[in-house]
Structures are given as C-alpha cells and as structure tokens.
Design a protein around this ligand. Structure first.
Ligand SMILES: *[C@@H]1O[C@H](CO)[C@@H](O)[C@H](O)[C@H]1NC(C)=O
Length: 477
C-alpha cells in the first residue's frame, strides 16, 4: 500500500514538473492521458486504421492503453513494453493478428477485443504466442484476462488457446458457435488454468462430453441465454465448480426422470436458475449431492408453479440464501427447506394461496425475516382466497386473519363446485343408462315385429381394403 502511494506521488510530481519522459510516448500524440495507477492512455475514437508507430516504451509504472472505436484491421506486433498491463481494442474491425503480436508485453494481464468482428481464423497458432521460456521450451503469454465477447466466432482451430496457460478469465459470450465441433472442443481443452468462463449467448444446446474435463481450476461457469432444454449433464462433473449460472435457457423441468437435474458438482455453492420462460416444475431430488450449496436463486420464472418438497432433499442442509421471488408459486411446503438455518429467504411476488397451509410461515420464518431482512417481506402477496386477494401476508398475519382450510371452505361456501360436479356426473350417468335401456327395448320390439332371422342378416365391413373385405365376405358368406 505504502509503495503505491509513493509511486502515485512520484507520478504526480514528475507530471507536474512537465517531465515528458515519465509519460508514455503516446501522450505527445492525439491520445488522451489520465494520471493514476495505472496511468491510462486513451487513443479512442480517432479514426486510426492501424496501430500508431510505437518505440520500445520505457515508461516505468503500470499503464493501460485503449485503442477502442477505431478502424484498426490488423494488430501488428507491439514493441517491448515492460509495464503495460492492459490493452484494449474494443470496437475495431480486426481481421488479423500478427504472429507474436503481444509477445514483448511482458506484464500484459488483460486484453479486450470486444465487438471486433473476430472470426475463428484470427486465432492462429502463433498470434498469441509469448516469449520463449528457455527452461521448459514453452511460450505462454502472461495474459490472465481475455474478453472476446460480441464477435463472430463460430469455431476455433484446435490450438487457438495454445499459449493461454496463465489465463484465468475468458469472456467469449455472444458469439455464434451454435455447436462446439471437435476442434473447438480441443481448443477449450487447453485452457487448463481458467477459473471463470463466460459462455453466455453462444447459441448452443448441448455440451460435448468431457468438454470441461481438463479445466481443473474452473470455479465459475456462465451459460446464460443459450438453448439448453435440459440441464447439461457435463456440468455435474466439474469438481472445482463453485458458481453456475444457467439463467434464461428453455429448460422445462428439473427432474431426474427427464435427465434434467443436478447430481453434482459437490463444490458448487451458488446456483442461478432465473429468467427461464419455460421452467414449470422442479421435482424431488432435482438438486442431488450438492453438498456445499449455499446460495440458490430461482427467480423470474413466470411459469414455475411447482417445487417438490423434497427438491433439495439431499442438498438443502447448508443453504443460507434462497431466492424464490417472482415465480408462479402458490403453495409453500414447510419441508422444502431448513427454514431456521436460512439467513435470507425471498418469496416475494408469487401468487400465494393464503389458507391454513401457509400459517406455519407466518410464525418463525416470517418473524426471522422481519427481524433480519424486513425489505423481503414487503411483497409477499396473497392471490387467494378471494377475501385475501392482493393483501400482504405479513399484514394478514398481524391482523388476525382466519387462514381457513380449503376443506372447511367446501362446507361453508355455497358456491363450491365439488358437489355440483358430482351431481352432474350422477345425473349424466342416469340419463345415459335410461337411454340405453329405452333403445334396447325399442330395437328388440322392432326386430320381433320384422321377423328376426339370423340367416338373412348380412354383415359387411366398410372402409377396409379389398383384401380384408374379401376375407370378411368369405367368413360371413
Ligand atoms: C520483441 O523482442 C525480441 C527480442 O528482444 C526482438 O527481437 C523483437 O524485434 C521484438 N519485437 C518487436 C515487435 O519489437
């Protein structure tokens, strides 16, 4: 901390004394320079069609360089620059990256190439090659963070990520992969150190087998906005995974029977399953073997109306925060969660049926919520029964509302439909029976009066093929 301050002071001192030697050279061009740590150089919005000619840069402190919003189509090899830690080319039409373009940037940790019309072809074997390490013959880049989101990458050559041994975060969302072919899968397999992988909106509906098997450090996986119809089974095997986001996928049910459920990974502590337009049911043991699960967010699923009380049966023991707000839930089961152990529960904005089945929640769970997170009680609203519609559950609970049981309602409510249905069925059956008896009697009378005789009756099957018809004729002739 102390040295940070000292360096900051030094930078300030030198800058004020007008010593240009301690600013990056680019500050004497049209680029804008912003003091700080890191020192920021912005060559943005400048109509540049190529990277300006740069000399080896002796600037002694960490700095960041932005070439955003220009017309650069080729990233040429950057000269030796020991203290550049961030380089950004967002919003440039980049068609080509020269071999070893970044190899002499010995401290480059972050590179962003968002919205650059990149295709897989830009990721040649040597574009991201780093300086050779004489000891082990490898040549990785020091890069820890790469953002190549919002591009046009459909597939990758198998060595596209060959030199990314140090990469911890890859944001490759919003690219039209559609499906990961073999070479693309191999490319991802080389990301052995990646901890955060953002694969949102890449239009995939499946994940190839063992896709994550070499990513032994993967902690955070974001698969939002794809076309998964079921929970992709591969996620269950990522032993190191701690956070998973599956928001906004067309998953309909979470159920073992439909092979759409979680049976791992055992380290997972945060799970997000929100904004799913089709999700309507979460079955028993949908979350199985998630022994470390602590935070679950299942929100804004407009069709979710059923969560089995045993859904978290083997995983719910350690849950700390559960968000079930803005779904279509009507009944909450006491057995669903270990309510006393929860630090936070959000059940707001659901069409709750406020009858005797929800009374248990108005006791300890609601008291705890009132004490710890009162803001999460505001929109616990009842949809039924009629005399509670639109009212807040905490309000009703504190005003001695009756919370009747549906059985009692049957007896006291004269408009209850149950007896009506039974009566209708009974009357219907009676009518049918009498009609049958009447018809039989009439037919019997008729056949008697026309001189019924078994030998004169001709059977003939209509609407069959000729073959069948002829068989029928043979049989009945
Ligand atoms: C990168 O460094 C190597 C070795 O010092 C040097 O030969 C090469 O010219 C440098 N590349 C650029 C683009 O400056």
């Amino acid at each position: 901390m102390a040295w940070l301050l000292i360096t900051a002071l030094l930078v300030r001192l030198f800058a004020h004394s007008g010593a240009s030697m301690i600013e990056p050279d680019l500050c004497s061009t049209s680029c804008e320079c912003l003091q700080g740590l890191p020192f920021v150089v912005e060559c943005k919005n400048d109509d540049l069609s190529q990277i300006p000619h740069l000399e080896a840069e002796p600037y002694p402190f960490e700095w960041a360089l932005f070439f955003d919003v220009n017309k650069i189509s080729k990233i040429t090899a950057m000269p030796t620059t020991d203290n550049l830690i961030l380089l950004s080319f967002n919003d440039n039409p980049i068609l080509e990256i020269e071999d070893m373009a970044f190899a002499n940037l010995t401290k480059l940790r972050r590179l962003t190439l968002k919205q650059c019309s990149l295709t897989g072809d830009v990721f040649t074997l040597d574009a991201f090659k780093g300086p050779r390490n004489e000891e082990d013959g490898a040549d990785p880049l020091p890069l820890e963070y790469l953002d190549v989101s919002h591009n046009d990458i459909q597939s990758l050559g198998d060595h596209a990520f060959r030199h990314f041994d140090n990469l911890k975060t890859l944001i490759i969302s919003d690219n039209p992969f559609h499906d990961f072919d073999d070479t693309t899968s191999k490319a991802f397999g080389e990301l052995i150190g990646v901890q955060t992988l953002d694969l949102s909106r890449v239009q995939i509906k499946r994940i190839p087998e063992k896709f994550f098997s070499r990513m032994r450090q993967l902690k955070e996986l974001i698969l939002a906005g794809n076309n998964f119809m079921v929970v992709p089974d591969e996620v269950n095997y990522i032993q190191s995974l701690e956070r998973l986001v599956l928001d906004n996928n067309p998953i309909k049910v979470l159920s073992k029977n439909d092979k759409s459920y979680f049976h791992g990974p055992s380290q997972l502590s945060q799970l997000h399953l929100s904004y799913m337009p089709d999700l309507n049911k979460i079955d028993a043991e949908a979350f199985y073997n998630l022994d470390n699960l602590k935070v679950v967010t299942i929100s804004y699923n407009p069709n979710l109306n059923f969560i089995h009380k045993m859904a978290f049966a083997s995983s719910g023991i350690h849950l700390k925060k559960v968000h079930l707000n803005n779904n279509n839930l009507a009944v909450l089961d006491n057995e669903l969660l270990d309510w006393a152990a929860l630090e936070e529960i959000d059940i707001q904005n659901n069409p709750w049926v406020c009858d005797c089945r929800i009374v248990w929640f108005t006791k300890e769970p609601l008291e705890n919520l009132n004490a710890n997170k009162p803001q999460l009680t505001e929109y616990i609203i009842c949809a039924k029964p009629n005399d509670a519609t639109g009212q807040s559950l905490p309000y009703l609970a504190s005003h001695d509302y009756a919370f009747k049981c549906p059985e009692i309602e049957k007896v006291t409510n004269p408009y209850y439909y149950g007896p009506l249905i039974v009566t209708t069925i009974f009357v219907g059956a009676l009518l049918l029976l009498s009609a049958t008896v009447l018809c039989t009697y009439v037919l019997y009378q008729k056949s008697r009066s026309s001189g019924f005789s078994g030998t004169t009756v001709q059977y003939r099957r209509a609407d069959f093929s000729n073959n069948l018809e002829s068989i029928a004729e043979n049989v009945y002739a």
